[in-house]
Design a protein around this ligand. Sequence first.
Ligand code: ADP
Ligand code: MG
Length: 223
Amino acid sequence: MEYALQLQDVVKCYQDGDFQKMVLNNVSLQVKKGEFVAIVGPSGSGKSTMLSITGALLSAEGGKIMIGDTKVHEMNQKEWTKLRNDKIGFIFQNHQLIPYLTAGEQLKLIQKISRKKDVKLSVDEMLEDLGLAHCKNKYPEHMSGGEKQRTAIARAFMNNPDLILADEPTASLDGERGRQVVTMIRQEVKKRNKAAVMVTHDERVLDLVDTIYRLENGVLTKL
Ligand code: ADP
Ligand code: MG
């Protein structure tokens, strides 16, 4: 079977003074199309590092990373950029919206950058799907925390990515808003048969994912 995402024995070290600190110790993970995975684990255990490597933002010292049949570990920086634009949608902890663009404009920008001309998603439909129609002409400073994070999610979906990566997407939201946001990721995964990996501290949303892994001391284990 073809997986949407495979990590095989991924190793990542950081230099810590005179020491080499191993943050990821032969991490392996397989995610199917239509599967929503959560990664939990203590702060500093390498969750963001793992997500950055998975999303072609950071290189590893060893191991293989495959997105569909694309071998990420064999690509150069330029190919990584194209891969990110074409196949990956990122959602960060602090929405990271562009302050001088409205919600509608943030999505249009991604639509323009995306190369998948054949399967262009509609900005209005995406805003509608995420309950953001009323924010189309609003700037981030005039939106609530939940609206901003939903806009960031809409933006991540806008290039119709095969793989959605979310790093603590509920961290700045209250329980209800957090749940709403994770529900939306789940709906997108199921509606369009995507794969998603979400790093989270939030135990209250774990019932919304299909599989839970724990990362601790560089080792990833299925729960
Ligand atoms: P998490 O997301 O689980 O909190 P991180 O992936 O951010 O963990 O960090 C894992 C460990 O690697 C931490 O000990 C952190 O201090 C260290 N680390 C992260 N980025 C760097 C870096 N660029 N250089 C050196 N050490 C780093
Ligand atoms: Mg982190």
